[in-house]
Design a protein around this ligand. Sequence first.
Ligand code: DLZ
Length: 163
Amino acid sequence: MASHLKNLSDFSHTTIPNGADYKIAIAVAEWNAKITGALYQGAYDTLIKYGVKEENISSFPVPGSFELPGAAELILNKKPAVDAVICLGCVIQGDTKHFDFICEAVANGITNVGIKYSKPVIFGVLTTNDEQQAIDRAGGKHGNKGDEAAITALKMVHFSATI
Ligand code: DLZ
């Protein structure tokens, strides 16, 4: 049964669960590899830090962020033991509408795959105006969004196991 939360501030202090029993897949885009490599390292290290076993983390490089939803779908379809998929990518605004199409497709695609399989599929995709904004969020002054994606995965696997 859901526990009663006394006030809104309780939400930001939910415990990060131990992931010793969790199987997590990471799909990572090769576009903007310097950034996505840093996101990947952050996510991987965070999973290990919270108890996920090395052998229970599987990694899947894909060409670009646009491929992330399809990769998540394939992973959950072919590897039903996986508890969650973390999708990592970095889309940087260019001169054309490409950015908008990719961002919208990836966000909607990731949402739909999670709902289809009733499993957490985490949106760890940076969508930035320039490279500096991405660097700042991949281990720079705004932290590492890969770490945050990993923590979200742990919390949501715990959520789905206890609801
Ligand atoms: C084509 C493209 C462009 C222009 N920009 C990015 C980007 O900033 N980040 C990213 O992850 N991928 C980009 N791609 C590649 C697409 O995601 C995709 O791989 C191709 O359109 C082939 O489906």
